[in-house]
Design a protein. Structure first.
Length: 115
């Protein structure tokens, strides 16, 4: 599980990222991100709509898989950023772990979140 300091709390900050963040898209996943100089840690949110997967169990599984990948990528991320990861396809639930990790890694590289 991702640490408390690395997760969003409340909707205000997430709304700010939606409004002012830059977007990077792939076939299955989109990330919106913005720099946050007021914080010392990066914050992440994973958003999975009911339209993507009707079952809460499935949505939570997707969310947990993404959070685990992000947790392993945290040491490589530079400055503090606010990042919202949006899932647009239910294919993510059955995607092999390596492919999902590569997809997230490519999106983070395009967003220049790494050192």
């Amino acid at each position: 599980m991702l640490a408390f300091v690395n997760r969003f709390h409340g909707h205000g900050s997430l709304r700010y990222v939606y409004k002012n963040g830059q977007a990077i898209r792939s076939r299955l996943i989109t990330i919106k991100y913005t720099a946050n100089p007021h914080r010392t840690h990066s914050r992440f949110a994973v958003v999975v709509s009911k339209k993507v997967h009707k079952s809460a169990v499935g949505r939570n599984r997707m969310r947990r898989r993404i959070y685990e990948i992000v947790r392993h990528q945290l040491p490589e991320i530079t400055r503090s950023h606010d990042v919202a990861i949006m899932i647009f396809s239910s294919e993510v639930i059955n995607l092999p772990a390596d492919e999902l990790k590569d997809t997230i890694r490519q999106l983070f590289e395009q967003a220049e979140l790494y050192k």
